[in-house]
Design a binder for this molecule. Structure first.
Ligand SMILES: [Zn+2]
Length: 334
């Protein structure tokens, strides 16, 4: 299921410049075709399956690559940064290559991160816009560089007064499967102070600090949904929890507790997650399993992480409140 707010994040809807910057960031500043690092100013937005492809051809490609019926070529699942050298060289033969499936999979994995970052730009408004202009201007130009150096200290001072959001992308290895989930954790000023503390004092990065507790949160979410669905009014058994499309955690407060040899971090915040096509029904009459639309989840979470000189220990993520939307209404049996 695609939510209305998410639907807004697509090529041609609003500011493609922000979308271009975010794609470039989320793809680690690399061209999706040659894999080489690309400067922001030389990065363009690539429609992996070209936006000009004819309808019949698109239908063929959907079948071939197992894409959803409502596949939208302008959605971030079909967008990636491409360098100015590769872009003109893409030809129709490229669409046949198995390589294209790999690029599409990469885009799909990064879709949630792209969407939440684009949305955060929308919320923080002018500051992001100015940063974007400064970045696009190109600091290798001597005149621009001098101007930047002159004004940067002032900019930094202004930025320190503004509470803007930034993100940490956490790759979470899930215990029960081969899968890895990319989770976006948004940080305000205090969250960034935590990040700095973790990096400078603990010598680690916030991503690896949060990986294990978030994996646990994901397990708890799956369990809660599973038990919720078991109570549903249906003759058929229901199975839930077949992967999340996105998971975003907003850290609202951070507390520290320091002793001589250890630091305890207590992060609290809210989360939202989507689980499209995640419900499977086994119909006892014909044994058919049916893929359902899915659910959105939101709630409150508390993450308790304990660091000593030996490393991180006793980390846990507690699910404090869980709200499930759009589930029961979409269950239907053939
Ligand atoms: Zn390239």
């Amino acid at each position: 299921m695609v939510q209305g707010r998410e639907r807004g994040v697509r090529y041609g809807n609003g500011d493609n410049a922000v979308l271009r910057l975010v794609l470039w960031q989320v793809w680690d500043s690399k061209c999706c075709w040659c894999g080489e690092p690309v400067e922001y100013r030389n990065a363009q937005i690539d429609h992996i399956i070209p936006k000009t492809v004819r309808h019949a051809r698109l239908q063929e490609l959907k079948v071939r690559f197992g894409l959803a019926d409502d596949f939208d070529p302008h959605d971030p699942q079909n967008l990636a940064p491409i360098c100015v050298r590769c872009n003109p060289r893409k030809s129709d033969t490229d669409y046949e290559a198995p390589f294209l499936k790999t690029v599409l999979d990469c885009a799909d994995n990064r879709r949630a991160a792209v969407i939440s970052r684009v949305l955060s730009f929308g919320a923080s408004g002018k500051v992001a816009e100015r940063l974007l202009i400064a970045r696009a201007a190109g600091l290798s130009d001597q005149a621009i560089r001098e101007e930047f150096e002159e004004h940067a200290p002032l900019l930094a001072r202004i930025l320190s007064l503004v509470d803007y959001q930034s993100f940490v992308l956490v790759d979470v290895a899930l215990n029960q499967s081969e899968r890895c989930q990319a989770v976006d954790v948004s940080l305000d000023r205090r969250g960034r102070a935590t990040k700095a503390l973790v990096e400078e004092v603990c010598g680690s990065d916030l991503g690896s600090l949060l990986g294990q507790p978030i994996a646990q949160l994901i397990e708890d979410l799956d369990e809660s949904i599973q038990s919720d669905f078991e109570y549903m009014d249906s003759d058929a058994p229901v199975r839930a929890g077949d992967g999340r499309e996105y998971l975003t955690i907003n850290v609202d407060t951070v507390d520290f507790e320091r002793t001589d040899k250890s630091i305890r971090f207590l992060l609290r915040g809210s989360f939202s997650a989507g689980m499209p096509t995640s419900l499977l029904l086994s119909n006892p009459k014909d044994g058919a399993e049916q893929l359902q639309e899915g659910a959105t989840l939101s709630g409150l979470v508390q993450c308790d992480v304990h660091w000593t000189f030996a490393g991180f220990e006793a980390s846990e993520c507690l699910l404090e409140e869980l709200v499930l939307d759009n589930c029961s209404s979409q269950i239907h049996l053939n």
